[in-house]
Design a protein around this ligand. Sequence first.
Ligand SMILES: [Mg+2]
Length: 178
Amino acid sequence: MRPLLFLDVDGPLNPFHASLAALQEGYTAHSLRPRGWAPPLPALRVLLNPDHGEQLLRLPYELVWATTWEHEANSMIGPRVGLPELPVVELPARGSAPDGVFFKTPALVEYAAGRPFVWVDDELTDRDHEYACNHHRAALLLHRISPAHGLVERDLDLLARWEPARTAAMVPGKAHEG
Ligand SMILES: [Mg+2]
């Protein structure tokens, strides 16, 4: 079974801190209105690169949405980056995680249920790594993506080279901390 790849949208696929001029070629700006984002709120400006889907599908993982777009990632984001319908992790409310841990982290560890995973997200910290290592008994890689650059070739190379079997050997020592 392939490891899971938890995929965030805002940050990795939508480099929302980038100026259009600074971005690599290939991005297009979209005006999107997810559910609950009604006027008078302005539509969201979302930068997306249609090459990302193919690049991600080439990697040896099973892709899963791990984003606050939740099921709307399948209708609004996937078709614009070239991804098919993917499974979705349904996330709890922000602030629901223990002290300093990102609200997505416990939910993703639970979803993985002992299966090796990588996770790309722009909001990861050492606390998330610590939490995941303490609660997940298989290999994992939390890889932070800059929201100014989005997912770039360097990140894709790293994901292509990751070897869960080698990482797993390092995990048991951390499994009983905290
Ligand atoms: Mg994000």
